[in-house]
Design a protein around this ligand. Structure first.
Ligand SMILES: [Zn+2]
Ligand SMILES: [Zn+2]
Length: 437
């Protein structure tokens, strides 16, 4: 685990932008022009690929056809391709024409159990399954980036590893999967990856824009379950039992004070109880109630403290009523951390490609992304790509009406190409002048 620099959020991007010393553009004008030309050449094919993926969405750890498509495309480009990584994952290595480090571009491939409600002609053919988180766009952008960089590989100073990851949305119960399993199976080794890049579509922001912030930008996501055990009795004779519903209600109310009273208000966190189940009948005192929820944090300090405070509250409240409890708390994704040194090095690239007024600050969100696992191991750079059609409202992520603007893809490919090439270029600068990350 890397030591994290904790960054205050307000106006961070502006502070960062203002602090950037002018650096020589890493990608020269001819290469930049070539990227533009190659993006134009692949644009139609990428839209075709995206529509195929959209019509054929596959659930987490079941991305068989998506993986086949990615592997076939990467093989056709002459990359070294590994399949079956973390079950259905695909890894393709582009070896550049010049020696250098290895950087990675990560895309996720899975869809969600949602029935699509859009009217697009390429809507899902798989009933109850939909690319409602835009992972079809992510996969297509990564493939487009592979195609474009392959066409200028003589100029690539090092290697680019393309990671097509399954199960970002979470593996099915009792299965491993996602970024953590990809890492366990060595995706960041052989050759070792020095920095990793990823993006997520963002429907609140218009096409042509990107959002970014250094430091923690998305939350950790942990799961908990509390069971309250009382004693059953006749509904009209509560004094003969221990009412698990009343105890659970006290616990629900008390847990609201964890974030508001036990944590630094400047360091956001969320505690949500999303499920409550218990009792058997209206006139029977409930013997058992279970509560299930999620905890989201940006900092590891909060992540450590919250379960301790929760457990103590739960135990002591229950004890006050004579009830007993179990407390099951399971950590999942860490928070997504944009390495500040890498951000300082790469942000000029984002600004150069898009224009300064089109790169906005991304306020930390309490949603989660398993890109976090990569960024916990090596420097990571994760940004958000606007996919809203200008002048129109847009449905949010995970909505059955989600319909990102496809024009975002060419821009996503272009930005990703520049980021990866600049990252390699900057690492190839001789030691002393080098911008090591
Ligand atoms: Zn999602
Ligand atoms: Zn997603």
């Amino acid at each position: 685990m890397k030591t994290r620099t904790r960054l205050a959020s307000a106006g961070l991007l502006l502070v960062f932008l203002a602090a950037l010393a002018p650096r020589a553009a890493a990608v020269d004008a001819r290469t930049a022009q070539k990227i533009d030309e190659e993006v134009e050449k692949v644009r139609a094919e990428i839209i075709k690929i995206r529509r195929f993926l959209h019509m054929n969405p596959e659930l987490s750890n079941r991305e068989y056809e998506t993986a086949k498509l990615a592997a076939a495309k990467l093989s056709s480009l002459g990359f070294d391709v590994k399949t079956g990584v973390a079950l259905t994952g695909v890894v393709g290595l582009l070896r550049g024409g010049q020696p250098g480090a290895t950087v990675a571009c990560r895309a996720d491939m899975d869809a969600l159990p949602i029935q699509e409600l859009t009217n697009v002609p390429f809507r899902s053919l798989n009933p109850g399954v939909m690319h409602a988180c835009g992972h079809d766009i992510h996969t297509s952008i990564a493939l487009g980036t592979a195609m474009v960089l392959n066409s200028l590989k003589d100029r690539v100073k090092g290697n680019v590893k393309f990671i097509f990851q399954p199960a970002e949305e979470g593996a099915p119960v009792d299965e491993e999967g996602g970024a953590a399993l990809m890492i366990k199976e060595g995706v960041l080794e052989d050759p070792p990856v020095s920095a990793i890049f990823g993006l997520h579509v963002w429907p609140e922001t218009a096409v042509g824009q990107a959002l970014f912030s250094p430091g923690e930008i998305m939350a950790s996501s942990d799961w908990f379950q509390i069971t309250v055990k009382g004693r059953s009795a006749h509904g009209a004779r509560p004094h003969e039992g221990i009412d698990a519903v009343v105890v659970a209600a006290e616990i629900v109310a008390a847990l609201q004070s964890v974030v508001s009273r036990a944590l630094d208000p400047a360091d956001p966190a969320v505690l949500t109880i999303g499920k409550i189940e218990g009792g058997v009948r209206s006139n029977i005192i409930a013997e058992r109630v279970t509560l299930e929820g999620t905890v989201r944090c940006l900092s590891e300090a909060n992540r450590k403290k919250i379960p301790q405070v929760m457990e103590s509250l739960v135990k002591n409240i229950a004890a006050g009523f004579g009830a007993s409890t179990t407390f099951d708390y399971r950590p999942s994704n860490p928070s997504v951390y944009n390495n500040p040194e890498l951000a300082q090095t790469m942000l000029p690239t984002l600004v150069r490609v898009l224009g300064r007024d089109r790169v906005q600050e991304f306020k930390p969100q309490l949603v989660a992304e398993d890109f976090a696992y990569y960024a916990q191991r090596i420097p990571g750079f994760f940004f958000f790509l606007g996919v809203r059609t200008p002048g129109q409202p847009s449905a949010p992520l995970h909505s059955p009406a989600f319909n990102p603007d496809e024009r975002s893809m060419a821009l996503g490919i272009k930005v990703m190409c520049h980021l990866l090439l600049d990252a390699l270029e900057k690492q190839s600068v001789p030691a002393g002048d080098g911008l090591g990350f």
